[in-house]
Design a protein around this ligand. Sequence first.
Ligand SMILES: NC(=O)c1ccc[n+]([C@@H]2O[C@H](COP(=O)([O-])OP(=O)(O)OC[C@H]3O[C@@H](n4cnc5c(N)ncnc54)[C@H](OP(=O)(O)O)[C@@H]3O)[C@@H](O)[C@H]2O)c1
Length: 256
Amino acid sequence: MARVLITGSADGLGLLAGRRLLDEGHDVVLHARNDKRAADTRAAAPGAAAVLVGDLAGIDDTRKLAEQATAAGPFDAVIHNAAVGYRERRRVVTVDGLSHVFAVNVLAPYLLTALVPAPRRLVYLSSGMHRGGDPDLADLQWERKRWNGSQAYADSKFWDTVLAFAVARRWPSVLSNAVDPGWVATKMGGRGAPDDLTEGAVTQAWLAVSDDEAAVGTGGFFYHRRSRPAHPAAGDPAVQDGLLAACAALTGVEIV
Ligand SMILES: NC(=O)c1ccc[n+]([C@@H]2O[C@H](COP(=O)([O-])OP(=O)(O)OC[C@H]3O[C@@H](n4cnc5c(N)ncnc54)[C@H](OP(=O)(O)O)[C@@H]3O)[C@@H](O)[C@H]2O)c1
């Protein structure tokens, strides 16, 4: 039995992956943005060991969540699942003055990775859209570029992949991988999404706990439990180090 933390698991793929792991007999800690969503989460997955609470849009709140997670650990695996999608019509700014999409999708998993004692396995939810991500580090906060919500989301999923690969390179004792769950009908994916919703939660749960040979590698990109090529720049150490340095500058917390 493994103890697994899943961020953003009040709904969608995070909740489905949590239920799947609970059904397999694992010890699962879920996470929701606020007390109301935590109550929803407890009702949706009554077998969860705990539901942590914290809004990932803010650096202080994410630090507090990291403290809760540290107290609720140690974990065998953490699935960095929480994200906001591609439908923000304008650049939303967080309490820290950052792009909301970047803060939730990239900076929060970075901070949690840095602050929560490293588990044996880390899984980062990416997307097929990451292949359209822009590896340019110059304007991560969209202060100078004209806002494009779809591109901001694709970029954020590219950076999640970079983060997964950077951690794989820096921390050889941790299995760190990225997952494209497919385009599935969650709140984010929308009703018309064509892929299989159940299958969309399988790969991240498998990478978190399975001893299959294919699940115990590191620095991989997976779709439906199969290795797939990632954006070539995600494997570039200079790009990885650039992202880690940018996140360290924003948070004062380093991944060494
Ligand atoms: N669905 C797809 O087709 C698809 C495709 C490729 C990749 N993905 C990736 O899969 C992952 C899960 O997506 P999903 O489709 O399950 O999306 P979803 O149904 O919208 O669920 C996202 C989860 O993240 C939580 N969340 C969002 N912002 C948060 C914040 N500031 N603080 C705390 N929690 C927050 C949401 O909480 P609330 O429920 O309270 O809003 C929700 O539980 C994401 O990383 C996404 O990028 C999804």
